[in-house]
Design a protein around this ligand. Structure first.
Ligand SMILES: [Zn+2]
Length: 564
């Protein structure tokens, strides 16, 4: 029977856990010096080694043949734990056992001494899924820990765990695994398995797995089965579904140098590879955003670090005008919206390609339009006719209701920024409703410390952000640049890190809601206008309206109230 790579190659020693050396060394030291805690909390994104570390810990603490804090993996106890046949090592998936009864059951049984091993170890995975009642039952056990019993709680969402529980555990935050670490691990496994591989293929897989070792190995599994025991770049690209970086780079360079025909050719090539039109646009948006980001702060673009075209990317970022990139993102977003109404998305890509290759910088003439975009060119004329057709098709669809009825108008501002997802007011309004100056000051007090907890790249991203309003329940964080706001909210690891950090620094985890700074004054004004204190009618007076008074009361002078 075939067994998945991530199962076969599940780490059996602390040293085999990828990318968490600090944590594994600390655990080994604790075991060697007999200074283990009775409860641990392992947090971090999925596939970063939390449950593997828990099982290795269970083995090590029960193994009589320890070597430097590592379990021997050969004695009866070690083997029983590896096979999941040790009665004293109990693994519970809280996602399917979230009831009070189960935890009470643990509480009752934990009292009894271990039967086979030295220590009873309870590993509770996805512990945030426990119900409130179950947490209370667990808390009672943690308050009076039975001798020789160790609890290891693992979770991807530590902010959902009551502080009373967290404070009774020793906490370890598992990091996202770097592309380099997962690359090295894949190389090791493939060498052991004697499977041939293309290094570029492994880079593609490492990037696609986004910091999860288990995901990387699952993708690798698929690529191996595709390629008949070899790992090729083509198969890796196909399995990960990512448009090749090279073709994307070709395309972006072609449209920005107004080379319409070659760009159309590249686009067709990309589609022929079986890429979906929507995916192509998404890849283009994130590529363009990475270029913008790279111009802003090169160290923030870590995904490029493993790419094969580093230099080319860097060169391009240096010569392209940011304004063109903004316009590209806007155009891409528009076409993405329009494509929702059509059954022929490919046609839109042709139109898109023409549009993109005709973008010009409005003010400073950095890149002069080349002669390549000749309006008399038959290709261009044909496409112009297509644009007209599509536009009328689109307006018909819209007037007939249809899918258009289900979409909300997207509010765009006539700024130079790209269109971003509309901020969700249902998340912001409750915070604004309870916002006080004191709460904001409390958050600002710990903000610098919070930034210090973050990784270097996370810190670089948050450098352009600051808290602008806070209540006991939530914080509104404004970003100077809309595209960085977008990048931040798409980054679940970052959002978790911020939540965990505030939890640690303030003893509570307020909800974090991000906004682009350019939308903040308007959001606040809309809120105050629709939630005015009694008796305050809408007034047009420029100064000291009740709205402004109310704003000062809530947010104080900490926020510059700019006239719109
Ligand atoms: Zn052993």
């Amino acid at each position: 029977m075939y067994r998945a790579l991530y199962r076969v190659w599940r780490p059996q020693r602390f040293d085999e856990i990828v990318g968490q050396q600090m944590i594994t060394q600390t655990l080994k030291n604790a075991i060697m010096t007999h200074q283990t805690s009775h409860a641990y909390l392992f947090t971090g994104p999925r596939g970063t080694g939390k449950t593997s570390a828990a099982k290795i810990f269970a083995k090590a603490i029960n193994c009589h043949h320890l070597v430097d804090g590592e379990p021997c993996n050969e004695c009866e106890s070690c083997q029983a734990i590896t096979k999941g046949q040790m009665n004293d090592v109990i693994e519970i998936d809280a996602a399917s056992n979230n009831g009070v009864e189960e935890i009470r059951d643990i509480r009752d049984k934990a009292k009894y001494a271990p039967t086979q091993a030295d220590y009873k170890v309870y590993i509770i995975d996805e512990v945030h899924m426990l119900s409130t009642g179950a947490f209370n039952a667990l808390l009672k056990t943690l308050e009076e820990p039975p001798a020789n019993v160790i609890f290891i709680l693992a979770t991807t969402e530590p902010h959902k765990i009551p502080l009373t529980i967290i404070s009774r555990t020793q906490r370890f935050d598992f990091r996202r695994i770097t592309a380099k670490d997962s690359y090295d691990r894949m190389v090791y496994i493939l060498q052991q398995k004697k499977v041939d591989y293309d290094e570029k293929a492994l880079r593609v897989i490492a990037q696609a797995a986004e910091g999860g070792m288990r995901d990387a190995l699952s993708i690798l599994d698929q690529v191996i089965s595709f390629g008949d025991n070899t790992v090729t770049l083509d198969d890796a690209l196909m399995v990960t579904g990512s448009v090749t970086k090279k073709l994307l780079a070709d395309y972006v360079e072609e449209v920005t140098s107004h080379d319409t025909k070659p760009a159309l050719e590249t686009m067709r090539q990309i589609l022929q590879e079986g890429k979906d039109a929507n995916r192509f646009i998404e890849d283009l948006i994130s590529y363009t955003r990475d270029v913008l980001l790279y111009q802003q702060a090169p160290e923030m673009v870590d995904s490029v670090a493993m790419g094969e075209d580093d230099q080319r990317f860097a060169d391009f970022a240096k010569q392209i005008d940011a304004e063109v990139l903004y316009q590209m993102i806007k155009t891409l977003n528009d076409v993405q919206q329009q494509m929702r109404f059509t059954t022929h998305p490919d046609v839109y890509l042709e139109v898109l390609t023409v549009k993109l290759s005709q973008l010009e910088v409005p003010t400073t003439a950095v890149a002069a339009p080349s002669a390549a975009t000749n309006p008399d060119d038959p290709t261009i004329q044909k496409l112009a006719a297509k644009v007209d057709n599509l536009q009328s098709e689109l307006s018909t669809l819209k007037t007939n209701g249809g899918p258009a009825a289900a979409t909300k108008p997207v509010r765009t501002r006539p700024s130079n920024g790209p269109v971003v997802k509309k901020v969700n007011v249902s998340q912001i309004y409750p915070i604004l409703g309870a916002a006080t100056k004191d709460d904001l000051l409390k958050v600002r007090d710990v903000w610098a410390d919070l930034m210090n907890i973050l990784s270097v790249t996370q810190r670089a991203l948050m450098h352009v952000a600051k808290p602008v309003a806070a209540s006991g329940e939530g914080v509104v964080v404004a970003f100077d640049y809309a595209f960085l706001y977008q990048k931040a909210i798409d980054d679940q690891v970052l959002m978790d890190a911020l939540g965990n950090g505030l939890d640690r620094l303030m003893g509570q985890a307020p909800k974090i809601v991000c906004v682009p700074k350019e939308q903040w004054p308007e959001l606040r004004k809309d809120y105050l206008a629709t939630h005015q204190p009694e008796g305050a009618a809408t007034q047009q007076a420029p100064q000291k309206t009740p709205v402004v008074d109310e704003a000062e009361k809530r947010f104080g002078d900490l926020v510059e109230v700019k006239p719109d």
